[in-house]
Design a protein around this ligand. Sequence first.
Ligand SMILES: NC(=O)c1ccc[n+]([C@@H]2O[C@H](COP(=O)([O-])OP(=O)(O)OC[C@H]3O[C@@H](n4cnc5c(N)ncnc54)[C@H](OP(=O)(O)O)[C@@H]3O)[C@@H](O)[C@H]2O)c1
Length: 321
Amino acid sequence: MRAIVMTETGGPEVLVAREVEPPRPGAGQILVRTEAIPVLYPETKVRAGAFPFPAPLPAVFGFQAAGTVTELGDGVDPALRGARVVASTTGYGAYAELVVAEADSVTVIPDGLATEAAAAILMPGSVTLALLRTAAPAAGETVLVEAAATGIGSLLTQRCTALGARVIATAGGPAKARLAREHGADAVIDHTAPDWSERLAELLAGSTVDVVFDSIGGDSVQPLLDLVTPLRGRIISYGWLSGAPAQLGAAELILRGLTLTGCAGTAWLAEVAGQRAAALAAAADGTLVGTVDAVLPLAEAAQAHRKLEERVAMGTVLLRP
Ligand SMILES: NC(=O)c1ccc[n+]([C@@H]2O[C@H](COP(=O)([O-])OP(=O)(O)OC[C@H]3O[C@@H](n4cnc5c(N)ncnc54)[C@H](OP(=O)(O)O)[C@@H]3O)[C@@H](O)[C@H]2O)c1
């Protein structure tokens, strides 16, 4: 079968199309003939070596794939045969025509939701639902959504707007700002300006932000602290687009009566996994609307990673085997 093999850690060029032996499902596993493979932002970090790769290299790359279940290992519910699913691997093996996954990692795609749409929404949709449960934004509150033009940020913007919150978004450049507005943001600040928190202060004109969905982290969070509502303000730290998590001391939060929730680690990942079926159901009924930027041939996986790293994608990039 054709697959994308990661030869070593490094730039996108370490993702190479190769002919490899097809995998076989073991006990408790299924085999999926793939139709759409999402290219996920955290995958670019794993490929670059910022997080350890969970297998000896070279190995087939990839975390998630959507398609049809064609084979079952021992002990798997026979109802899964022929089902359309999004499968999550244990960290490798998904950028391929055939993918093996644990049967209990799959999310069945509801009728009425296209396989490509399911592949595009599973990760950002499940993370978004978990973040909303954590922050519980309410009607009338002001919410700051960082990096609101694509992925998780766009879904947070859509849902917070629908809940009746006022959304102030950040985005990089005019095209992404337009996109954030289309997703429902009341106002958009360009986060490529180093002093963007000052634009936020001007926009707030003395009012404060109740919820910060922080995907940038690093030094960008400290200047926001005096703009967050004392006692009620929630900072939800879920991404490190700057390369590091929020750089803060506990005292800076305590003295203002603020809460910071870290959204990482095993318990958080279980919380996200628990939202996968709900995310596909929400996409099927139109509550969550994902955006697909491009569908590229599987062999162009390296190009897909470049698109994400150059920040030119205006939605999810999918690979089609
Ligand atoms: N905690 C969790 O469970 C979890 C799960 C998945 C992802 N995440 C994190 O959530 C964040 C967003 O993920 P996503 O899937 O929504 O990503 P995405 O759709 O690929 O969007 C990322 C966007 O972030 C913006 N950005 C801001 N600073 C950036 C930088 N230094 N480098 C690259 N992009 C930058 C870019 O938009 P502009 O061009 O507008 O700047 C880019 O388009 C990432 O940090 C990811 O690691 C967390």
